[in-house]
Each structure stands twice: as C-alpha cells, then as structure tokens.
Write a protein that binds this ligand. Sequence first.
Ligand SMILES: *[C@@H]1O[C@H](CO)[C@@H](O)[C@H](O)[C@H]1NC(C)=O
Ligand SMILES: *[C@@H]1O[C@H](CO)[C@@H](O)[C@H](O)[C@H]1NC(C)=O
Length: 626
Amino acid sequence: MGGGGARPLLAAVLVAAAMVAPARGRFVVEKSSVRVLAPEHIRGHHDAAIGNFGVPDYGGTLTGVVLYPDKKATGCAEFPDRFRSKSGRPVVLLLDRGECYFALKSWNAQQAGAAAVLIADTVDEQLLTMDTPEASPDTRYLDKLNIPSALVNRAFGESLKRMADKADAEGEVVVKLDWRESMPHPDERVEYELWTNSNDECGPRCDEQAAFVKSFRGHAQILERGGYARFTPHYITWYCPEAFRLTRQCQSQCINHGRYCAPDPEEDFGEGYEGKQVVVENLRQLCVHRVANESGRPWAWWDFAMDYKLRCSMKEKKYSKACAEEVVASLGLPLDKVLACMGDPDADADNAVLSKEQEDQIGRGSRGDVTILPTLVINDVQYRGKLERTAVLKAICAGFKEGTEPQVCLSHDMETNECLHRNGGCWRDEATNATACRDTYRGRVCECPVVNGVRYDGDGYTHCKAVGPGRCALNHGGCWAETKGERTFSACSDTALSGCRCPPGFQGDGHKCEDMDECREKLACTCPDCRCKNTWGSYECGCRGNQVYIRGEDVCVANSMSRFGWLVAVLAVSCAAGLGVAGFVFYKYRLRSYMDSEIMAIMSQYMPLDSQNNEHQPLRQHAPDA
Ligand SMILES: *[C@@H]1O[C@H](CO)[C@@H](O)[C@H](O)[C@H]1NC(C)=O
Ligand SMILES: *[C@@H]1O[C@H](CO)[C@@H](O)[C@H](O)[C@H]1NC(C)=O
C-alpha cells in the first residue's frame, strides 16, 4: 500500500493505477490467533494475519496438526501426495513465503488435503495482509479456494518448522487456529458496509462485485428486513488537486469542479465512458439508498444495484441516466427525491453526500483506511477472505452476540460438518445415537441434546444424562437395566426426575446394579424354621415341616392344628374358666365372712354378744360393700 494524501488523489499520471486508491497507509492487518497446544514446551499464543482469500473461519476455531513438507516447502507446485496426520486430525500445512502468490500456495495445499495453511514469513517484519492476486485466467482457482490461510512471523514459523521436523519423536505439533476474536460481536445487530463502485468494466474485480451483489442480495435482505443487520453501501471517491482542475483529464473525470472524481473506465479520455459518468452513477446509487432508507426499505438498494448491473451495463453500452431512472421507477422509488438528493453536478459547490463518502474513506478506530476495492467492513473491522456469499455470511453471523444469530445463520450450507469427524469429540450415546455434537457456522458445539422432548444434562463432552419426565423411555435414562427371561429390571424411575437408583433386590450405584443375596446378607427369611433361596432380584423363603411363610412378618406359621393341640387348648380354656369361677366363689366367701365379722364387732358395742336379738339397733354405714 503506497503513500499519498489522506484523500485519494486523482491526477492524470495516477489514472492507470487508480482502481486501488492510494492512501496514507493506516492499513490495519486483521488478525486471528494461533495457539500451540502440543508439544507442551512450546505451548503459547501467537498472532497470525488473515489472508484476503479463501474462507477464514470467522467466529470459529480449527484444531489441527502442523505438517511441514520435506520438499517444495514454498508450495508453489502441486504436491504429489495428500497430507495426513497420524492422529487423523485435520492438517494445518506450514509453507514458506516466496516464489509465487500466497493464494496459489493455499490452493496447492487445499488440493493436497490441508484444512488450513500457515505461511511463514522469511524476513523479520510486522505482519502484513496477504492479498489476492489480480484475477487472470491463471488464477481461476481463487473461486474454489475455501480453506483459511494466515501469515505468521519468521521466528514463530521457524520454531514450528523445528517442532514439525522432530514431530515423530515428540508427538504431533497441535495448533488451534482461532478466529473468534477476529470479528467483534458486541450486540444483537450487525452493522456492515460494502465499498464498491458502479463501474462494471474493471475486469475480474468488477465481475466479482457484481456476482457478490447478485448472490448475497437474498441474505442481505433477510438480515435487514428482520432488523438483524444494518447495511450501508459506500463508493470510493477521488478528487483532483487544485492545480489540475482545469485540465481536460480532471474535467472529464470529475464533477463539482474537480471535487469528486472517478478514473476513466477505459483509461482512455477520448473513448467510451468518462470517469464523470461513473461518479454521477455512484452518487445516484448512494441517493437510492438514502431515499429507500427514508421510505423504510433500505434493502431496495440491493435490488437497484443488481438490476442496474443487469439492465444498464457498460459493456452493452447501456450505462446511462435514462436507464438508471427506469430502474428507479420500476422499483417504485420516488425519482424526485433521488434527484433532490443528488444536487447539481455542475455546481462549484460541495455535495453533502459525496463529501461524507470522502470522510468515511479515511480509517477510524479499528478499521483502517479503505484501500482495497471492494472492501467489506463488518462491525467496524475489514473483512478478509473472498467476497463470496457463504464466506461473507459466515463472517456476518460471527458478528452477532452468541445465541442471538438469526435463523439464516443456522442453515445447512453454513455448517462446517465437524460432527462427521469422530462426532466432533462430543458425547454420544451408542445405544440411542443421541449426540451432543451440533454443527454450526461457528464450528461444532458440544451441548447435551433434547431428544423426543427429553432433556439431557451434562458437560456435552464426556457425559450427558437424560433428566425430567419421559427419560426412562430412552435407554432407561442412561441407568443400569437388565433383562433375563421375561423380567426386566431398571435403575431408572420416572418418579425421580434425575439420577439412577438400583431397584429393590439389587445393590450398586445405579449405573451398575447387582443382585443382592438376601439369604447370605440375612436380610429376610431369618426365622429359625425358614429355609432361604436367593433368586435374581428377589428371594424365596420356605419353612420346615408343615408351616407357611408370612412375607410381611418374615415368620413361619403352622398351616393346621394337631389333636394334641386341641387337647391343650381345651384344657387351657377349662383351666382358665375354672380358675375364674373359683376366684369368684372365693371372693364372695371372703366378702361374706368379712361382713359378718364387722357386723358382729359393731353390735358388740351395744349389746352382749351372746344376745342374738338385734332388731332394734341401727346399723352404722361402715361396710366396704354397700
Ligand atoms: C437510515 O435510516 C436510519 C433511521 O431510520 C438512520 O439512523 C440511518 O442513519 C439511515 N442511514 C443512512 C445511510 O442514511
Ligand atoms: C445409530 O446409527 C447407526 C449408524 O448411523 C445405525 O446403524 C443404528 O441403527 C442407529 N441406532 C439407533 C438406535 O437408531
């Protein structure tokens, strides 16, 4: 990125090279991080600069094994064999910088089965962004390049190479590439902007933008209609320095007296379209967005941009005001408002809309200057990677606070298929195929699932357990269960919402239960006459002789009485009755004699005891029995 003014400068000499506008050089290198997980002694964290091609895994991570090729380590030629790691983990191929395009190295690596590429710088310097080569027939692979690439500095590259060479002796070199912090995700709405140009004759770069607008339009409109995202289109604008304003070049390429310019599409001032027409069209498209936004449907810009490219192409010589106004009308946008917004291009005055564009072009905060065209800025960081529907949607989706992403982010073509490989390292129940692996655009997530309405609980990696109602219907809630013959016992009980408990007759922790030997443990059938026999899950108890076992009481009782028994019983009853009668008689006798003696004692106080005539004497109420 060359030097230059804060505002892109358009002078005749620059015109040929001006599609990438010169900027002051506050170019921000967007980074991801590489964390070395193994071997132990080089564990640590390093920065890597995300390449501007392929598909960076925004919002996600990738863990893989570093391999460094023995030969052809620059990766400029096709590799003869596919790379494979011993552990079966994805391969992160380490290559040397130099000799060919960065993107070509990545393409050769992708062809050889690499999941990601790290390119080691060969000089000690700051990290830089590896850019896409100019598209040409030799770079058709760019479209098919879909693995992420990153540049690492020389020192880190060297230590990775040394470790990879020794890998056999010390185990594999495992790294985790992490793009989770590459995209800020502060809230529930993503702001993004595309810096583009209405010119459609700049070759493959213009074709790429046109194809992107066409294919991303659907997603963009879903995101914006749902209130999930706010999109703003931007157009790069050049200017003419004062001294050149009256030159033919500036007059044909600029409006508002040299204030706002665009390079001549054909780079030939005498022929075809002039830069001036491109600036006016850019201005119109900005105004279309403003007017559409004011009328509550900002997404109409996508329709306009696509329709304009289809209906009013430069190649077909239809790039004109009349054609543009037809498109405005067909989308039902008020033309008068669009014209009012555009103002007078011939006036020697500032244009509010274009001045704002020139200001916005200069870097602010984390974003850096816009110097590459097209540039996509998401949540104020410049997107790196190819301008392609799925890759961009993935980056935008990574800009949502986790859990707030709209449905479009969770669709099928956004998945990374990490669950297909060893179930993503997540928990799985072999018996029911219930799995905790969920594939998302952020990479796989290990989360205990809900299967047929039954919720699982756990860490998602090593264990998940069904909890809540209905859990026993699913593989006995993960608890112990066993069937022998007709009988099944389970340690799962729907009356308990979680946990496993061995059923009665078994002992264990609920995950393993063993039959209890009630006989040996002396838990039942313990009476002297009892005969105990253990069974699976229970016991049988018999009694000696003619007795029966009463389970509730755990006793044996005789089931019929003998003759001797009857005799004893009769005797016993007779005895009891006899004793009762005798007692009563004795008592009565005692009472009588007591009363007699008492009466006599009283009477003796009044008369001689030998006199038996006691008719006239009152009796004193002094008896124990009235
Ligand atoms: C679009 O409209 C919203 C409010 O409706 C406003 O906040 C926003 O700045 C507008 N965007 C542009 C580019 O005018
Ligand atoms: C689990 O999946 C395997 C293979 O996909 C299949 O063969 C098996 O029948 C499945 N088991 C159940 C219980 O669905």
